[in-house]
Design a protein around this ligand. Sequence first.
Ligand code: ADP
Length: 749
Amino acid sequence: MDRLRKEHSLMEHVLTLLKFADESNVDIETFIKMYEQGKVSLSLQSQEIWTAYEVIHFMDEMPGGFFIYQANKEERILYVNKALLRILKCDTIENFRELTGNSFRGLVFKEDLDRVEESIKEQIQHSQFDLDYVEYRIIRKDGTVGWLEDYGHFVRSEYVGDIFYVFVGDATEKKLRLQREKMRLLTEKHLKEQELQKIIDQHSKELKGINQEHLRRLEVIEGLSIHYETILHVDLDTNKVFPYRLSRRTEIQFQERIHNLEFDQFISEYAKMWVYEEDCERFLEATKAEFIRKKLKDNYTYQLNYRLKAAGEIQYMHLRMVDVGNKESISQIVLGAQAMDEEIRHEIEQRKSYEAALKNAKEANIAKNTFLSNMSHDMRTPLNAITGFTALAKKHINDGKKMGEYLEKIELFSDQLLCLINNVLDLSWMESEKVHIEKVECNLCDIMVGVQEDLHLQIIEKKVTVSLNFDALAHAEVYGDQEKLRQTILYLAGNAVKYTKPGGHVEIRVVELGQPGKDYADYQFIISDDGIGISDEFQKHIFEPFEREKNTTLSGVHGTGLGLTIAKSIVETMGGTIEVDSVLGKGSVFTVTIPLRYLGIQTLYDRGSEKDEIRPEDVNILLVEDNEINLEIEVELLQDMGFSVETAVNGSIAVNKIKNSTHGEYDLILMDIQMPVMDGYQASKAIRQLEDPMLANIPIIALSANAFEEDRRKSSESGINIHIAKPIDIQELLTEITKIVQNHSSSFA
Ligand code: ADP
């Protein structure tokens, strides 16, 4: 026992003391007191106990934390010094025991325990001096979490079994600092990462931009080079050629040799295979490296035209070379070959159209000059005649027979002159594109008969027959423009009479090409003659203005070359067509086809019941005219014809006269248009608005120097029944007066 005791080291004494106190479940102070009082006995000598007790005291006061625990399963803590209690914020050892369950595993933060125990085991196994170092979290008494640095020493104790001496330090501050540092580093790292990401993003964006730009440029190249069937990049220094685009032809050349075909080899093969023989030499010369260099020395581009032999046809090509390298040396060339067929064809067509335009302009000019000279001639002829016969009339003023002849001639030539002027006016009106087409009820048979009547004088003079044929006409009553239809047929029939020799025949035939179930039909007006005919060549130009096959001087037939132009224009405005078919010396056929809507009932030509004859002396006319001379002539003419005439010198006076008249006092008003105070249109409108219907409906005939279509339309809008152009045609006036008075009196009868 003694020997054993001696061998006990001081620490064994300390451990023994601690073990006994622990087994007695008291603290060391109490245990010592109990020992002094002899309540417990120990196998140690008193001196050993006191030394051990002093060591424990010393351990108690150590500035660093220190504890001892059993290295067994329980890991029970045998000793804890004050410094560790302070670290754990425990006031007493009881507090500590409560907090940790008095075991090492109760001291270590639960989640760190496995790692810590594993580490200790591992370290002790490999440590020469049975030392270990671990760090772990603890929960202090106040609930806060702290960190301990644990320097353990594994010791085999003979008396108390295996134990660990553990020196601990409060590593909370250090850990916090480390954590802060780590956080800082992490933040720094994060910031750097963000910065890096930014740079990467920026870089990718730039890269994307570059790619897009690259693509755009490629598109621009594609767009600009669309017409080039072959595009090559050539390095003149190395004699290398790189294809960018290949045509069917050049593709054959490259095929397998896409990377190793040399430029001069390519050119010589190309020339041999494709270039038109005559151009070969020039082509080869112009595509030599030295030649290209020379050409591109002062210019960026240089071009060459040549021809290709292509399936029996010649194809035009255009080769363009562009210097794309640096300025110092000319070596990098882009070469583009373009088929020029389209352009050259376009050029040829353009040239043709210019030539045609020039020819047209020249022809128009010739036609205009011819027209002017014809006009001058055609106007002079009747004018000459008028002045000549007037002079003759004056000379033979007392010879009634001669006077009669001269006046008739004067009248004839005045008519010719008037016709000429009317034609020119009509044409200028047509060309102004303001033609107005009426759609009113009219009878086609009436119109044809009217045309025949209009031609009466010419028919007699020329001794030709004009027959009418309505056999193929089912509906004579149509909606159309009576005046325009009459005018058109009159032009054609007039020509037929004019260009047919005495004894010849003219026929005006109306054919209806109806469609079942429809209320309209294509009406054909066929005017045929067995006259002089028209040459094939002239038929091509017959409807052009001022065109005449033979001028008046040559043919002796008066004309302007405008009638057919006007007729065609009217027909086309009505939605129809006009055609000519003629054989020189045999005769001509003019066919006008116009779509017209017809009235429901079948109304073959019917002249109607004979109306009562009108006697001029029964007709009272109010003549409204401001021009004194005209007034005088017109009064005399009308009175000569037997009418009784009253006058008014402006529209306003006329309106008053009518307003204050009794029924029947006036049968008709002849109204001038341009007048001071109130013009003819206004006056007519005012009359039409009179309250008394008998007065408001008095027939009005406009006698106007304004002969345009527009004037006729205005007249009709103002309520004027008929518009007659001045100078007055006595016969026409008489016919119209008779017609209108007759109709009016029958409608009011
Ligand atoms: P104009 O008869 O006043 O000369 P047109 O325009 O009516 O003018 O006719 C143009 C030309 O067409 C005439 O000059 C004439 O040469 C030819 N022509 C027209 N109709 C006939 C016809 N029925 N027979 C022969 N030639 C005609």
